[in-house]
Design a protein around this ligand. Structure first.
Ligand code: C5P
Length: 235
């Protein structure tokens, strides 16, 4: 398994380029990955992906594609051309869409890892039922992960609560886990949370961490403390 500094993905949840680049610059040499999500990407487009890569980071482009297979395949090809190394799609787009995403990625000159989002962590049983899904969130996560796996997907994003279940069902999958809070950190709006050490112990490969790093008085020190916590958890 990679060095702990290569297992932390800092979430660049900013509305524009300037604060994002300032935040990333503070973490150079400490961690390897940055996650660019919809807020920043919609504002800045592919330019921000290059900017972050030029600072020496690998980019996880978290745009959660969900459309007809042909459209998703095209979006994956375009996103792969930015050099982003991880991309997200919604598992609920179905087997044909997932296979199209996986095939488009595999055919790229620099294939990114496709990660399927199963059930959004903002969905509870009532929200799921309102969309016509009778299964519990936990059952639905399992079902969608198995379906995505059958379509060739080998990576997943899930909350800390589901990581052990997905890990048990798919031992070789790549698991990317948000909702991480170091002991003593503010939880914010996250509900299903885990510490870095416990998420790694449950089977997480990568931890997505936003506010506990970005809003720390000293982001570099906060990131380094998490790197050290993961190193201790593994030894
Ligand atoms: O600040 P915080 O550590 O909560 O940020 C977590 C990041 O992971 C945010 O970018 C959030 O959108 C993302 N995320 C999440 N839960 C998911 C998927 C993504 O918190 N299920």
């Amino acid at each position: 398994m990679a060095h702990p500094s290569e297992r932390i993905i800092a979430a660049l949840d900013f509305p524009s380029r300037k604060p994002a680049l300032e935040a990333a610059a503070k973490l150079q040499g400490i961690i390897r990955w940055m996650k660019i999500g919809l807020e920043l990407y919609v504002a800045e487009g592919n330019r921000i992906v290059s900017d972050i890569q030029n600072l020496g980071f690998s980019v996880f482009l978290d745009l959660k594609f969900h459309d007809i297979p042909n459209t998703v395949a095209g979006a994956v090809r375009t996103a792969a051309a930015t050099g982003a190394k991880m991309l997200t799609v919604h598992a609920s787009g179905g087997p044909v869409m997932l296979a199209a995403a996986q095939e488009a990625a595999a055919a790229s000159s620099n294939p990114p890892k496709i990660l399927a989002v199963t059930v959004l962590t903002s969905m509870d049983a009532a929200q799921l039922s309102a969309t016509g899904v009778a299964a519990s969130p936990a059952e639905q996560v399992k079902r969608l992960a198995a379906m995505a796996y059958g379509s060739g997907i080998r990576g997943f994003v899930s909350s800390p609560e589901e990581v052990a279940t997905i890990r048990a069902a798919h031992p070789e999958a790549t698991l990317v886990i948000p909702g991480i809070r170091p002991a003593g950190a503010a939880t914010g709006d996250q509900k299903r949370i885990a510490t870095p050490a416990s998420a790694v112990a449950a089977g997480a490969d990568y931890l997505v961490i936003g506010r506990p790093i970005m809003q720390a008085a000293d982001p570099a020190a906060a990131a380094q403390a998490i790197v050290d916590e993961i190193a201790t958890a593994r030894s």
